[in-house]
Design a protein around this ligand. Sequence first.
Ligand code: GLU
Length: 281
Amino acid sequence: MTLREQLKDKKRIVVKVGSSSLTHPETGHVDLIKLEKLVRELTDLHNRGKEVILVSSGAIAVGRKTIGMKERPTKLATKQACASIGQARLMMIYQKLFMEYNQIASQVLMTKNTLINGENRINARNTFETLLSMGAIPIVNENDTISTYEIQFGDNDTLSAIVTALVQADLLILLSDIDGLFTDDPNKNPDAEFIDYVEHVDHHFEQMGKGSASDVGTGGMSTKLKAAKLATSAGADMVIANGADMGVIHQIVDGEQIGTLFKENRTEDFYLIDYLDEPSV
Ligand code: GLU
């Protein structure tokens, strides 16, 4: 069986979608057709007997559109207020769509403190375990409304890898506005080559991280490589793929050659807290 085919046997899957995959690039408004398809894909994974966790961005992007703000907010209090409005809206849309497919969706909002404090960390893990055993699909985001620099993960690429490690998921699918990893930024360098498989995220690959051109999300390629390092060290495979078509989710789990696959590389002395030291933005 090839490594790609082995993805069919993954049991616990975390899917991360960025703000740019959930909104229309022309207007910044929510792309309902994409969201609908995302929910259908996740429901179908669940119906196949997989445990599914969604890490969804979009709180700030949706909040900002709700109040008609043109620019991306820079002031902390404004960002946090936008997140408060947008997160509630986003969850309302997710709840409505998941209910149509008779799925139980739940919300988990985290800050770094959820993990640094041992008791909180165990509690978070137990809550995820219980939710999954209840058949729920937890929808995770950073608690942007209250998190400040000291306690924020900063981007959902990192958060999704942390959740993957916390619940010991065996696959993380990171959906973005880029097809996967390239030798250079394909928007700037036409000779950039696509890399479909990474055996080990070493220094050489970390150097390849370049910012993606998105103006709605926060994660560029370097945060994705950091996430890959974390998730693979925790023992999960990871795939970065383009979320333009949410159908890639089942194609990846069916073992199709989509995006860049990072092979799990479990480190015996893996310790989640080691990855939390510095805020990433
Ligand atoms: N947590 C932020 C939000 O929901 C997004 C962070 C990110 O895009 O990585 O708006």
